[in-house]
Design a protein around this ligand. Structure first.
Ligand SMILES: [Zn+2]
Length: 257
């Protein structure tokens, strides 16, 4: 089974039907991350139509200011969500430093809950890699998937030493820095993602479809001097390992993963 560990199915809008068809046809296990409460509710609705889709709740750092005053209202979603994502900090795309306190408050609230509930977190670190890493350590978050890491080497190395997992996505097709990261990562910490539909769009202007995951896998195989099949098997095994017998593994058919 192919693994797309980070995308946003709720954002496909009128292209959703086509995306769901590809997911089913090519058996792509898809973790649909949320950016806020409405996107989570939408992802849950979409996932009800497919065994291949796992909807998860998170508040994206871009939306932190909207939720910082009502964090308790998030508790039901945190509790029912099998993982927590997309969460984290962003000091790159968010330039108003006045919003950073809100980002940190929301991220810490979600980390505290994830740590208590022993859930995997899927983390956005853009431009805030050092502080994100420090907070993940502070809250003893044990199972971490870092999404689309593009930051400095020394923090990447420290994260690898902590056993964090990393999703490699569409930028590996275009960026030397991401290709170097993809070559460096230990095989046992590597996962794949598309960040669809917007990930590709932010680079090429056209939206990504679920099959983009095959391009990512092919490029990873080329960079690492191995076969696509070995990448696929390695990523499957890694997902099962980080899943650590969580109920969602069986709910989405771990036996066939
Ligand atoms: Zn994302």
């Amino acid at each position: 089974m192919l693994i797309d560990a980070h995308c946003h199915l709720d954002r496909y809008k009128e292209n959703l039907g086509h995306a769901l068809e590809q997911i089913k046809q090519h058996r792509i296990f898809t973790i649909s991350n949320s950016m806020d409460l409405p996107s989570y509710k939408q992802n849950v609705k979409i996932a009800a139509t497919s065994d291949f889709i796992l909807p998860i709740f998170g508040i994206h750092p871009w939306n932190a200011s909207e939720y910082v005053g009502c964090l308790k209202d998030l508790d039901w979603a945190i509790s029912e969500s099998p993982m927590i994502g997309e969460i984290g900090l962003d000091y790159y795309f968010v330039s108003e430093t006045s919003r950073y306190d809100d980002q940190r408050d929301v991220f810490e609230y979600l980390l505290r809950a994830a740590s208590r509930q022993k859930k995997i977190v899927i983390v956005h670190t853009k431009g805030a890699e050092s502080e994100t890493f420090q907070l993940l350590n502070q809250y003893n978050t044990e199972r971490v998937i870092i999404h689309w890491y593009s930051g400095p080497w020394h923090i990447l190395k420290a994260m690898v030493e902590h056993g964090f997992y990393f999703t490699i996505g569409v930028e590996v097709l275009f960026s030397q820095h991401i290709q170097d990261i993809a070559r460096y990562l230990p095989a046992e910490l590597m996962l794949t993602e598309t960040d669809n539909p917007g990930g590709k769009q932010s680079i090429t202007g056209t939206i990504g479809t679920p099959l983009l995951i095959k391009d990512v896998i092919g490029k990873l195989a080329e960079i690492r001097g191995t076969s696509a099949q070995i990448i696929i098997t390695t990523v499957q095994n890694n997902l099962v390992r980080v899943g650590d017998n969580d109920p969602w593994l069986t709910r989405v058919g771990a036996s066939s993963v």
